[in-house]
Design a protein around this ligand. Sequence first.
Ligand SMILES: *Cc1c(COP(=O)(O)O)cnc(C)c1O
Length: 357
Amino acid sequence: MFPEINRIYALEPKEKPQDEGKLGFGQVFTDHMFEMDYVSGKGWINPTIKPYGPLLMDPSCMILHYGQGVFEGMKAYRRPDGGISLFRPQLNFERLNLSNHRLGIPQIDETFMLHALVELLKVEQDWVPHTEGASLYIRPFIIATDVHLGVHVSKTYKYMVILSPSGAYYSQGMAPVNIYIEDEYIRAVRGGTGEAKCPGNYAASLLAQLEAEGKGYVQVLWLDGIEKKYIEEVGSMNVFFVIDDELVTPALNGSVLHGITRRSVIEMAQHWGIKVSERRIAVAELIEAGKAGRISEAFGSGTAAVISPIGEILYEDQSLVFNNGETGPLAQRLYDKLTGLQFGKSEDELGWTYQVT
Ligand SMILES: *Cc1c(COP(=O)(O)O)cnc(C)c1O
């Protein structure tokens, strides 16, 4: 049913990391990667599992000059029975195609991408960490490879998947972070590429991140790009507030990324009978509600941290502290449930996990 995947095995497998507790994030790569090419008129061809290694690229390659590319981020988890699971992987491939659409990149068969990932993971299964909280980070990405400096839609692309064993996000336990509400720079604007996962969005966010760090804040909270009045996201996470016993998050308005953790938080909270609303949240409303003591907790959501509690936010000269700067009960409950599902320790009543082995 699927095209045959070519296989070229590494002759000398690398040493596995000695201490999985010291892996950090995205620094170590496995023995193999997946690669597939797109050629206009032929479609996606040559699916291949091959040794991990550098790419030979022409300096005029389009991705290097005009940034036509997209990526995804997901993880493989070791279960207590020794098997390997993914968490809602179909949603990552669905989103990759959403990003592809926005960047003018041809669609890829989502079931084939999942099949190819499973085949790669079977080859690399010994690289999935066994240490609690550590996982194998999965980075699918696409780059435009036309050799041509004219600005145009590329006729050739490369789809690749690389794998990186990574340590637990919270090696010292879950700790709330402080956030700077950015009122000068913007990350994305409706009609732009904000809801696509593409390299340029990150490039656009780096200066603000650098300046926030200089002021002593860990991350930036982005406002909308038009009026700079409404909350959008935190760094590379979606954001939630508990206001008057209701879980509130910015609606997907075209510039907010469709986080899979965001969707899982919403669906799990609803499953638990918690009222959730996706709507526009003005920063003025947030400050007012916070000052009136109506916000009991705040947190970010994303694949890397799962849940990242927010202890304090600063907007201009006004600071708000949530839950005395400590992790709130809903943040903790969601974190425990989602990581429990991912690592195969919690009952999967919603059918979110996908077993690779
Ligand atoms: C990837 C990403 C998120 C989080 O998405 P998840 O699917 O939950 O990992 C949020 N915001 C931005 C800008 C992102 O790139």
